[in-house]
Design a protein around this ligand. Sequence first.
Ligand SMILES: Nc1ncnc2c1ncn2[C@@H]1O[C@H](COP(=O)(O)OP(=O)(O)OP(=O)(O)O)[C@@H](O)[C@H]1O
Ligand SMILES: [Mg+2]
Length: 465
Amino acid sequence: MGSVNIRPFLSYLFVVVLIFAGMGIIILPLLPLTERIIGGFSLLGGLIVFMVLIINIFEKYIKPVQSASRVADELVKGNYKARTYVSYFGEAGKLSNAINVLARNLQEITLQEKMQESQMRTVIDNMESGLMLIDEKGYVHLINRKFLQIFEGEPKDFMGFLYYDVLDQERIHKAVQEAFLYEEKVKDSFTISGQIERKSIEVVGAPIFNEKQVLNGAVLVFHDITELKKLEEMRKDFVANVSHELKTPITSIRGFAETLLEGAMEDIQLRRQFLEIILKEGERLQALIYDLLELSKLEKDEMRLEYQNIDLSSLVEELLPVIKQQAVKKQIDLSIKLPDTLEIVADADRLKQVFINLLNNAVNYTSDNGKVLLKVSEKLNHIEITISDTGIGIPDEAQSRIFERFYRVDRARSRNTGGTGLGLAIVKHIVEAHHGEIRLESQLEKGTTFIISLPRKPEYSKGLF
Ligand SMILES: Nc1ncnc2c1ncn2[C@@H]1O[C@H](COP(=O)(O)OP(=O)(O)OP(=O)(O)O)[C@@H](O)[C@H]1O
Ligand SMILES: [Mg+2]
């Protein structure tokens, strides 16, 4: 609160002193000498009374009114922190008090408004969808953080511009026009190329009306549906792949059965040959269906691991005969390096599946006389399993796709080995369900190594690798 203006007070004082001095000059010479002193004192007394009165009036009325009017000026300017004196009596006191209450209320209201505004801003900025508000002429009035993320820009690139000058997607223009034209919600989707990838965006436009139900703008909400689209594509691919994978053995079985029925049955040699093919294809079909069921079980969230204490060397002992048999056939040198005792808590059957699939691959994709090594080593809270071979290797560009369902580097070759292309997808699922990690190192014609890290107990799973 600024200082009070005392100029009017001083001028009143000056006028009163002047009047009294004038009265003294005029009246005193007219009086007899003896009464002059009394007259002079009376005038002085009168002057003092007047001065006290003026000071009183100034303090009680002029000063508070001046201060109140100054505060009112401040309030008009928007400074709601201004306050006036309150310790006055009478009407001026009431005025000061009222002005202060008014200022306090205004301050509280603006504070609440600011809080509401900042809450609203926080909500808008943290929305998972992009938001844009335009007026009836098409000028952009509001955008949020997600919007800027989607369109990769800054507020100054959009705010205050006409939407069609700053967004060149035809679908957006159409959505706005339709929202304005039909005065109802519209939905569309488009793609934009971002710095990293192409994004699929769904836009929903809705008209906004004022209290009189007159159209005065539109709000556009943008959803990033890139992930959803990818999933949809993957699902479509999966269905196409499954159908294709099933079609091949079925066509083959049917073809050979037909040929047999058409007469080949009479030839003992052909009959045997064709029936063997039919059996092999039947086995492939069975393996495929088994793997698919296994995968779908693993992919379901309710997939339960049956954790138990496992002695790793006895688990490997159990599965070794099958692999050894295959290795012997190809004269592959299969060696195992395991600590004498190594216990981990895991699902024994699933873990066996991991070993079998990886060792099978190692033997299958290694030519005769090659080497396959299974090594398990102990780390502090986890174990490391490496399965390496001196086989054909996996080309660099295929390494990132190797765990995809049905992905095979060489389709014909993998099919010949009876492969379904699902083995590694299953392995990855099992490892991840155990909160482990799997990676590979491979060089063409030199060999491949798969490395798995597994927590020794499920509770060690966090922050391990
Ligand atoms: N050790 C390896 N050396 C070279 N290539 C490999 C190796 N392991 C896997 N691959 C390649 O990865 C592909 C996918 O392997 P995956 O085990 O998922 O399927 P598969 O062996 O074809 O069939 P299956 O589902 O019966 O195991 C294989 O087709 C093969 O091309
Ligand atoms: Mg395999």
